[in-house]
Design a protein around this ligand. Structure first.
Ligand code: DC
Length: 223
């Protein structure tokens, strides 16, 4: 029986790495819904369609094709997986993802991923809106300072420039945007297991998730 696991939480909480590693250990697929929002934001901004231009926005959303393949995001057959990981796209994604038409347009694409086998989906509303019937739900968070430090370390490790104070400021701003928006604000889904990773290593967080999933879904049921 295939199943869905969801991980929600704010930016930099360690959702992506935890979801990726847990998916590998559990032998299931990883669905990064943030990447889909990033891709659509990038393409809309490039087309100079501003978030307030409802008419053009809806038309563009009908014409854009997004495909997920081997953990890559293709927009109209073009691989944007690298281009979507910049501070500019962080902000664009936060802006465009607050628009109801954008969320509606991306809902089906996310939900359809469960038809291809068991998945662990990670995002901002995957446990509440996209997969309300998920078998196990997690909400992962950490203090803004810890999350900003992780982002900072990530950028430095990639050889990129980084400024901790600026990352922390942007992170707080994004937290507010993502929490106060009217459509699908960041919230703890009903029934979700709350995990604060501030004092945990990545490995500890992954172990917690994997052990919990194995308790709820014994391996012989997860074929
Ligand atoms: O997880 P991330 O940083 O890649 O997400 C980018 C943006 O997309 C973030 O500002 C929130 C938004 N997002 C969302 O609204 N719903 C999701 N399921 C995933 C991401």
């Amino acid at each position: 029986m295939s199943y869905v696991i969801t991980i929600d939480g704010p930016a930099g909480a360690g959702k992506s790495s935890a979801a990726k590693d847990a998916a590998r250990e559990l032998g299931i697929k990883y669905l990064d819904t943030g990447a889909i929002y990033r891709a659509i934001a990038l393409i809309l901004a490039k087309s100079e369609i501003t978030p307030d231009n409802d008419e053009y926005l809806r038309e563009a959303l009908r014409e854009i094709t997004i495909v997920l393949r081997d953990n890559k995001v293709l927009v109209n057959d073009f691989d944007v997986s690298g281009e979507i990981r910049t501070p500019e796209v962080d902000e664009l994604a936060s802006l465009y993802s607050a628009i109801p038409a954008v969320r509606e347009a991306l809902l089906g694409l996310q939900q359809e991923q469960k038809n291809y086998g068991s998945i662990i989906a990670e995002g901002r509303d995957v446990g509440s809106v996209v997969f309300p019937d998920a078998k196990v739900k997690f909400f992962i968070t950490a203090t803004p300072e810890v999350r900003a430090k992780r982002r900072y370390d990530e950028r430095i490790a990639k050889g990129k420039e980084a400024n901790y104070d600026e990352i922390l400021r942007a992170m707080r701003e994004r937290d507010i945007n993502d929490s106060i928006r009217k459509t699908a604000p960041l919230s703890i889904p009903e029934g979700a297991i709350y995990l604060d990773t501030s004092d945990m290593t990545e490995k500890e967080a992954v172990n917690f998730i994997v052990n919990h999933v194995r308790e709820v879904i014994p391996e012989n049921e997860a074929e």
